[in-house]
Write a protein that binds this ligand. Structure first.
Ligand code: NAD
Length: 272
């Protein structure tokens, strides 16, 4: 904390779509103080004042392309970048005992073991979606799935802007996992990702994923439970990326003083 009791925050990927939102949100917060911004090595913001780099007045916040320097003295790191960057940052955050809030999606394989190793020394809050609405939807999806059972086919349709690089979205996977757990399944064994060609009839008990990409759509998710004679559709529509930034900052403040470990937004929001 700084001398005013504010949590000192560093932002990874500050020049990105989410990075810019995070900068705005932290600067508007009375409980947090932005102390450093990190951009990818060689980015033209590196070495500048963040406010000036963003086309405004100087703010006294330095932009680094070296995360080691930037993280020194931070109580929390907000990180919406790439899996490789977030894994590297997790190790640095663990050394610095800083709360690491990871919004990055697209992790796979042994990425999760590396994050767990870092979480032995510091708090990691990771969620494929940091918004209140989606995290509520996850809980509701689990309940609806438990009530309806496997006779209802679950299909998850996600829609995002044309720059998104991973599919299905992290949010779609969170929703799929909730639907699977709700009816006693493991998502890995029942996920059916994208159909093409002569696929034959739908496999009983599978959870289907479909990704739509176009324009500047922030993010939409439908969870469809299709049963005999009726259908339940749960929907979340994000229209402003600030919902993710606000969730991330809330997680950073919540994580202060918590024991090391991996946490989700459900814990931060008190949903579970
Ligand atoms: P983006 O491409 O606009 O931003 C990523 C930024 O990371 C870029 O500015 C890039 O230069 C920077 N970067 C790359 N390498 C770096 C390095 N070594 N050091 C520092 N910065 C580096 O993408 P985006 O739309 O902001 O999304 C970023 C991630 O966040 C994606 O994985 C996306 O799916 C995820 N996301 C999550 C949520 C959520 O609520 N969890 C919401 C929106 C986006």
């Amino acid at each position: 904390m700084d001398e005013n009791g504010a949590v000192r925050v560093a932002i990874m990927g500050a020049s990105g779509r989410m990075g810019r939102m995070l900068v705005r949100d932290v600067e508007e917060s009375a409980e947090a103080q932005l102390v450093a911004a990190v951009v990818r090595p060689g980015h033209d913001w590196a070495g500048k004042d963040l406010g000036e780099a963003m086309g405004g007045a100087a703010t006294g916040v330095p932009v680094w392309d070296d995360p080691v320097e930037a993280i020194r003295g931070a109580d929390a790191i907000l990180d919406f970048t790439t899996p490789a960057v977030s894994i590297e940052t997790a190790a640095l955050a663990a050394q610095a005992r800083a709360v690491h809030v990871i919004g990055t999606t697209g992790f796979h394989g042994d990425d999760f073991a590396k994050l767990s190793a870092a979480a032995r020394h510091a708090v990691i809050v990771r969620a494929g979606n940091m918004s209140l609405g989606v995290n509520l939807l996850v809980e509701i999806t689990r309940q609806v799935s438990a009530a309806l059972g496997t006779d209802f086919d679950v299909e998850i349709v996600e829609t995002h802007h044309n720059r998104k690089v991973d599919a299905p979205s992290g949010t779609a996977l969170m929703l799929g996992e909730a639907a699977a757990h709700g009816r006693g399944q493991e998502l890995d064994t029942v996920a059916d990702r994208g159909r093409d060609g002569i696929t034959g009839p739908r496999d009983y008990g599978k959870i289907g994923f479909h990704a739509v990409r176009g324009g500047d759509i922030v993010g939409e998710h439908d969870v469809i439970f299709a049963g005999p004679g009726e259908r339940v559709v749960l929907r979340h529509i994000a229209s402003d990326r600030m919902i993710f930034a606000r969730g991330a900052l809330r997680a950073a403040l919540w994580g202060q003083g918590k024991p090391p470990g991996e946490y989700t937004m459900a814990s931060v929001l008190g949903l579970r």
